[in-house]
Design a protein around this ligand. Sequence first.
Ligand SMILES: *[C@@H]1O[C@H](CO)[C@@H](O)[C@H](O)[C@H]1NC(C)=O
Ligand SMILES: *[C@@H]1O[C@H](CO)[C@@H](O)[C@H](O)[C@H]1NC(C)=O
Ligand SMILES: *[C@@H]1O[C@H](CO)[C@@H](O)[C@H](O)[C@H]1NC(C)=O
Length: 297
Amino acid sequence: MQVYVALLGAVLQLDLALSLKDGCLTRRGQKSFPSPETTMKECLLYSSASCCTANFTEELVSPVTKVENTKWDICQPLSDRCETYMKRVECFYQCSPQAVHWTNPNYTAGVLHVPVCVSFCDSWFDACKDDLTCAKNWLTDFKWENDNNQCQHDCLPFSTMYTNGSDLCRSMWGSSFMASSSEDRCLQMDDQDDKVLSRILCPSSRSKSTAPSQEPCHQSALILDEIFPDQEFWDRLYSSRIFDFVRKPITEIINRWKQPRIALDRRALALVLGEGATGLQSSQLWILAMRFDASIH
Ligand SMILES: *[C@@H]1O[C@H](CO)[C@@H](O)[C@H](O)[C@H]1NC(C)=O
Ligand SMILES: *[C@@H]1O[C@H](CO)[C@@H](O)[C@H](O)[C@H]1NC(C)=O
Ligand SMILES: *[C@@H]1O[C@H](CO)[C@@H](O)[C@H](O)[C@H]1NC(C)=O
């Protein structure tokens, strides 16, 4: 224990200029890393660093009938207003280089609990309230035939299917999104998202540390998909016993981190490390790992 406390202290004094690097979800047929796309038809918000191809965005040109295998006009074509919001959400998921920060640890092609602003959810709900849908959860409530979604329930107005905007956000795409009412730490799926991203991802100073609360984010920043270490790194880490104090077996941690291109997401880390169990924040653990990496190069 003492060893790691000392180590951690030393590490935290280093002014590590950590950045919140973006990446892409690991999805079949999608790009591995964001790159500019000059001929996008939709989702232009992400054209300078996009995880989707320009080609994909052709599916999102109005009127949208089908995106990948999911028919959007399954009850009737969506209204323009509703479609606009559906597109913003779809563009975020498919094209945003930020989505990777919320990689679902159980399903790395998907996101988990992306904090969407309640105000966005409410506008989305309002825009779609008179449109029809036969599924509340579009991931699980359709019947799938020949790779196409089919209704297995009646078509209902969104305003009946969903209670309100928050319900829409946290239900339509399973647990991908949540409605966040902390307005400076949530996404609007617009050009302001870049600015709020670091506020969302940098852990607030909820630890009892004496560090001033305006401490620049990079001091305690999460390193997300900063690096995809090679096998050698993991071998050295494994033999170093540096994480011996962690209650979970180191192999479990390493095996999870080793998955190709898995985002080193805070939730993923918490999942493997058990944040509370060690009293360490996952970000601190990761800094430790980085420090270790630096020390052996
Ligand atoms: C993308 O391009 C491929 C050919 O490279 C084509 O078959 C496919 O239909 C295109 N997808 C869209 C959505 O336009
Ligand atoms: C991930 O899978 C585990 C084990 O099946 C489960 O307990 C956990 O709730 C899942 N987490 C999410 C976010 O789905
Ligand atoms: C939205 O609906 C949920 C129930 O689905 C409810 O718990 C919540 O309080 C509602 N939010 C608002 C702002 O009305």
